[in-house]
Design a protein around this ligand. Structure first.
Ligand SMILES: NC(=O)c1ccc[n+]([C@@H]2O[C@H](COP(=O)([O-])OP(=O)(O)OC[C@H]3O[C@@H](n4cnc5c(N)ncnc54)[C@H](OP(=O)(O)O)[C@@H]3O)[C@@H](O)[C@H]2O)c1
Length: 305
């Protein structure tokens, strides 16, 4: 396989049903566009239906026969996540690929999700944890299915940690990048532990992780002038940023537990290649601890046995 994996490498997705969270913007929108071009039906999961419908119109103007279904879900409200999952299961009886893509990065002020979790950890990790749990049975019952979780190069930054003594940043002063890094590291701990659990039951479902390097999207809107300058000087184009997720979701050579993303410029640019997870994500005790605490916090029993 060439190390310049690109959209020409995507096999036909005819007959596949794929859920993409955050499908109205940036990487989620770009990913959806490519998947429908290859014949997949995509459920575009969005928190704002107006934005979702606008994105649907944009996709249909480029790919008139795109099979799309826009559905609402707010990851920062677990009632909304459970409500979406129920509506999905009432409507569909299979799910080939779940792409846990949506995310929020470095809001200047600490905010809380509806259930009172720190906003970035609550949205990026706990929301997707509950979503995956709610959809797990239908995914596990779909042959050759996958769960793709989108992490970030920041998960390997020096400050990236699971801050066990203050997970919600209630006692320590809010640090927008530490909380973002915690949430994206948590995505890796979750994706890898999910892979271990799937393997332990001999499931054919794969858990795969991806990161887009540094891609200019609306995600950097809280980074101010510095963000705008870096978006011009360092960021890669959306066409490149979507490739790791697309590879994780569609490349038939991919194995469970793998992590795809660019390697150049300290993982910020390039074609998607097999990457290594953050060291902390390789620690099974940490992973199990996060899994258990995520179950407790969200009042979810996510058992795979
Ligand atoms: N761009 C990069 O360089 C980069 C680097 C590393 C990792 N990532 C990851 O890539 C993923 C996609 O980011 P992006 O760059 O495409 O950013 P983006 O353009 O800002 O898109 C983020 C998407 O997530 C949705 N979202 C945010 N909060 C949500 C919530 N509470 N419930 C449901 N959906 C919510 C947004 O919806 P609204 O439009 O309604 O806000 C939007 O659709 C994120 O997980 C991010 O951490 C991106």
């Amino acid at each position: 396989m060439s190390n310049k994996w690109n959209t020409n490498n995507i096999p036909s997705q005819d007959g596949k049903l794929i859920v993409v969270t955050g499908a109205n913007s940036g990487l989620g929108l770009g990913t959806t566009k490519e998947l429908v071009k290859k014949g997949a039906q995509v459920v575009m999961v969005v928190r704002d239906m107006n934005k979702g419908k606008q994105a649907e119109t944009e996709i249909l103007s480029e790919t008139p026969n795109a099979q799309l279904d826009v559905m609402q879900m707010d990851l920062s409200d677990l009632d909304s996540v459970r409500d979406f999952a129920q509506k999905f299961k009432d409507k569909y009886k299979k799910l080939d690929v779940l792409i846990n893509n949506a995310g929020v990065m470095t809001p200047p002020e600490r905010f809380e999700t509806k259930q009172g979790f720190e906003g970035q950890f609550g949205t990026n990790h706990l929301g997707h944890f509950v979503l995956t749990s709610e959809l797990f049975e239908v995914i596990n019952n779909t042959p050759n299915s996958r769960i793709v979780t989108v992490s970030s190069a920041v998960a390997k930054f020096k400050d990236a940690d699971i801050y066990w003594s203050d997970l919600q940043f209630e006692k320590t002063p809010y640090h927008k990048m530490k909380t973002y890094a915690q949430s994206k590291l948590a995505n890796q701990l979750f994706g890898k532990e999910l892979d271990q659990k799937l393997k332990s039951i001999g499931s054919q479902t794969l858990s795969v992780m991806a990161h887009p390097g540094y891609t200019a999207t609306k995600l950097q809107r809280h980074m101010g002038l510095m963000g705008r300058i870096m978006n011009v000087l360092m960021a890669q184009k959306l066409e490149m940023g979507i490739l790791p997720t697309l590879r994780a979701a569609t490349d038939t050579n991919v194995k469970g537990g793998e992590y795809y993303g660019p390697l150049k410029m300290n993982n910020l640019r390039g074609y998607p290649e097999l990457n290594t997870l953050a060291d902390k994500a390789e620690d099974s005790k940490e992973r199990i601890k996060l899994w258990n605490i995520s179950e407790e916090l969200t009042n979810t029993k996510f058992e795979i046995n």
